[in-house]
Design a binder for this molecule. Structure first.
Ligand code: NAD
Length: 471
């Protein structure tokens, strides 16, 4: 066996998902003197990371992985082996919302965090820095410490850091290469601060020191929930205004442009849409609401809960508008959903608005056509079938058809619904599409993606979120 390289340090990441995979691949490419192992209990996911067909789509990710895989970056199911040899262990497992809430908030399900910590404690033979990469409720580090200390061998230290991830899916690699900030929270003890410095030294390989922010553990944990809550709140704010625009004749794009010119407000994240999706915003807000309720901060909980309420309302409003325009029924009509991912440049469908829309149309016995450039057929079928019903996927297949391109999906359709803002939908030949559709041919733009006046010149009837219906 060849002698092992003299690594400056060894890092392991438990959880090879949307966060663990890209984050630690970037650490590997930027820190060639560190050995980085990304581990997962899911062998299919690890096999995909080791293949030419990575398990997630993210622009630029392929190049990063190919540049360092099997050099200083390793994907493996050998969780124990990676734990034993590493000095720094990222915990980047899923923290979904619990199925049943106690009140209007929903607690985060920390099952996977707990099992990762138990595993670390049971197999570690030396002291470790354990890094919370997952988004967790405030003070989770306390529970992690309790689990680690109760299950480990004598004399082993665990220093726990909070290092929440701020990447956005679809731009993960650019976000990781040039982050606005890297946040590291630790206990303010000599050992905690030493651990904080060790992690800061890893990021300092490419992140300017003034962008590496250090603070106490609880501030860091809460900052992640606060950031997602504020981002989602901004979307719900503009979406609530989009309802007002539709009712008054104002145009939400113009309103967003005008208010965004105020330097205190700024133009980013002011795009109205059918709703926000993704695995994080709703989950993290419900988690914040739960935290507030458990601390008896009822009014604060209620304030944040409205962000999710408006998001649901926006989806329902959009569906109602579609049905109303289609002469108050979609039964037996062909409705073509363009886009199924929760946003462009990702194949991720978690909490995607398209799922709710498709389910509504299926329930109303419409024929649903679906096209998305990156989402797999299997994923769409899984998202639309009821969990636990074995015949689910067969039932779904009777109601939907998945297409490999937008033109075939639109053929003979009564309506196109833009669910995801993929760039390719802007470049379609709508003249050709119009010819192939039933008349009147409708387009419902849930992403303010298309030029409605151009489409109307072709003959389409166009309804856009945040813009009044034409008289
Ligand atoms: P994911 O579901 O894509 O990946 C989690 C992985 O962890 C899965 O592959 C699962 O098999 C693995 N896993 C679970 N328990 C394990 C264990 N005990 N040992 C080994 N592997 C285990 O989730 P994700 O989207 O990468 O999110 C991870 C965390 O990061 C969540 O807390 C999420 O809220 C947070 N986050 C996500 C994003 C995002 O855009 N997806 C952004 C920032 C933060």
């Amino acid at each position: 066996m060849a002698p092992e390289k003299n690594w400056k340090g060894k890092i392991c990441c438990i959880g090879a998902g949307y966060v663990g995979g890209p984050t630690c691949s970037v650490i590997a490419i930027k820190c060639p003197d560190y050995k980085v192992s990304i581990v997962d209990v899911n062998p299919h996911r690890i096999a995909a990371w080791n293949s030419d067909d990575l398990p997630i789509y993210e622009p630029g990710l392929d190049d990063v992985v190919k540049a360092c895989r099997n050099r200083n970056l390793f994907f493996t199911t050998d969780v124990d082996g990676a734990i034993v040899e590493s000095d720094i262990i990222f915990v980047s497992v899923n923290t979904p919302t619990k199925k049943h809430g106690l009140g209007s908030g929903m607690a985060a399900d920390l099952t996977y965090i707990e099992s990762a910590c138990r595993r670390i404690a049971q197999v570690a033979t030396s002291s470790k820095i354990v890094v919370e990469k997952s988004t967790v409720p405030c003070r989770t580090a306390e529970s992690m410490r309790a689990i680690l200390e109760a299950n480990s061998r004598n004399g082993i230290r665990f220093d726990i850091l909070s290092n929440p991830e701020f990447l956005a899916e679809g731009t993960a690699i650019t976000d990781l290469f040039g982050p606005d900030r890297v946040l590291i929270g630790s206990l303010q003890t000599p050992e905690g601060l030493a651990a904080q410095k060790a992690l800061a030294d890893v990021y300092a390989h490419w992140v300017p020191r003034d962008r590496i922010i250090t603070m106490n553990l609880w501030s860091s944990e809460l900052s992640k929930l606060a950031a997602n809550a504020l981002l989602a709140q901004r979307i719900s704010s503009i979406n609530s205004l989009s309802a007002l625009c539709e009712a008054t004749g104002a145009d939400v794009d113009e309103v967003a442009f005008a208010v965004g010119k105020d330097s205190r407000i700024g133009p980013k994240f002011l795009k109205a849409s059918v709703a926000f999706g993704g695995s994080c915003f709703q989950k993290d807000i419900l988690n914040l609401v739960y935290l507030c309720e458990s601390l008896h901060l009822k009014e604060v909980a209620e304030y944040w809960r409205q962000v999710v309420v408006i998001n649901e309302y926006q989806k329902q409003r959009f569906v109602r508008r579609i049905v109303h325009a289609l002469f108050d029924t979609v039964t037996s009509k062909k409705i073509c959903l363009l886009g199924f991912a929760f946003k462009k440049n990702t194949g991720d469908t978690r909490e995607s608005a398209a799922i709710g829309l498709a389910k509504y149309f299926m329930d109303e016995d419409a024929n649903v056509h679906i096209y998305d450039p990156k989402v797999t057929d299997e994923q769409i079928l899984m998202d639309l079938s009821e969990p636990g019903i074995s015949s689910g996927i067969e039932e779904v297949k009777k109601k939907i058809t998945i297409f490999k391109d937008a033109y075939s999906a639109a053929e003979d359709a009564d309506a196109l619904v833009i669910c995801t803002e993929w760039d390719e939908f802007k470049a379609l030949d709508y003249q050709t599409i119009y010819q192939a559709m039933k008349k009147p041919a409708f387009i419902f733009d849930g992403r303010l993606l298309l030029d409605a006046s151009e489409l109307r010149k072709i003959g389409f009837k166009v309804e856009t979120i945040g813009k009044p219906s034409p008289a």
